[in-house]
Write a protein of this length. Structure first.
Length: 122
């Protein structure tokens, strides 16, 4: 499993489980639709395609919300599903630990099922 770290920070504790960690530095980018979209495209081009196609990866999203949203949309568009994401969780002692995996594709499918159930009930 590969971890794509787009957070701009060192991966928190718990990241030792990955075969490889790919750290992508997020520079200051123009906060425009074009600037965000262009940088998201650049990020996806740097990720190893063989890993992406196999789906054996997890992502720590960037803190810049619009960039994170565009990266998610592009990942879904290119690979047909949303990724599994992780994030840093502050511990009581002030250190950070890697979260449990959050499978956004499972979240999407559960929401779709819920929508279908609500539609059938009407």
């Amino acid at each position: 499993m590969v971890l794509f770290n787009l957070s701009g920070h060192t991966p928190p504790g718990g990241s030792e489980i990955y075969e490889q960690i790919v750290n992508i530095t997020i520079p200051n980018i123009p906060v425009t639709n074009e600037g965000i979209t262009n940088f998201a495209k650049k990020i996806l081009k740097t990720l190893p395609q063989y890993t992406m196609e196999k789906g054996e990866f997890e992502v720590i999203l960037p803190g810049m919300t619009p960039l994170a949203a565009v990266v998610l949309a592009m990942l879904h568009g290119q690979y047909g599903q949303f990724p599994i994401i992780r994030f840093a969780v502050r511990q009581p002692n002030g250190t950070f630990k890697l979260s449990e995996p959050l499978d956004l594709q499972e979240v999407r499918l559960a929401a779709r099922e819920e929508r279908q159930k609500e539609g059938a009930a009407e």
